[in-house]
Design a protein around this ligand. Sequence first.
Ligand code: IPE
Ligand code: IPE
Ligand code: MG
Length: 207
Amino acid sequence: MTEKLKHVAIIMDGNGRWAKKQDKERTFGHFHGVEKVREIAITANDENIEVLTLYAFSTENWKRPIQEVDYLMQLPSMFFSKYLKELLEKNIRIESIGDLTPFPENTKRVLLNAIKDTSHNTGMVLVFAMNYGSRTEIVEAAKKYHLAMVSGKMTEELNETNFEQFLMTKDYPAVDLCIRTSGEQRLSNFLMWQLAYAELIYFRWIN
Ligand code: IPE
Ligand code: IPE
Ligand code: MG
């Protein structure tokens, strides 16, 4: 890949196994994941990447044990209470994709405040995929298109270009590079449309 990277996406996986290897609880891995998010965001911004999308919580992750889900719900406040100031200074803009409706009020508030507080920033866009699933996104896009058609707002026949306007990623360039940090070679319902031409890198650090 020789062209400049515009959009990098990361499937932040392997936290639990990383912790277990050190005889720690899985949540210890999630805690350290928060520090890595900061590090990656700052580095990507320094490298002039336009958009960094991080898979933080999938539509399937609700099926995890309740204690783990509860812990994961606290990560946005842990992250933003520590690093929002730095992100603001670095001119990074926070956004999210996925349906935030089912999240606890505090989790939602912290994320929405960060989105609002950074909305005027003009540097890298840091997108958190939260309660995100690609299949849902595509089905929702099809529904939105249908509604736009029947209400007369849309008259054009559906094609690849106008369909993208109904996706949650409509404002971002296509993903150039997707990294999965655990060794598993799958997408786990992440950005399936947007990754059509992306390079894929799977780190194999877990034995
Ligand atoms: C990624 O790490 C974090 C989330 C999915 C929220 P995992 O929790 O999936 O860790 P492993 O893959 O089980 O080791
Ligand atoms: C993908 O990791 C989701 C996130 C990183 C948020 P998972 O660990 O949830 O995916 P599977 O279950 O291994 O496919
Ligand atoms: Mg995993």
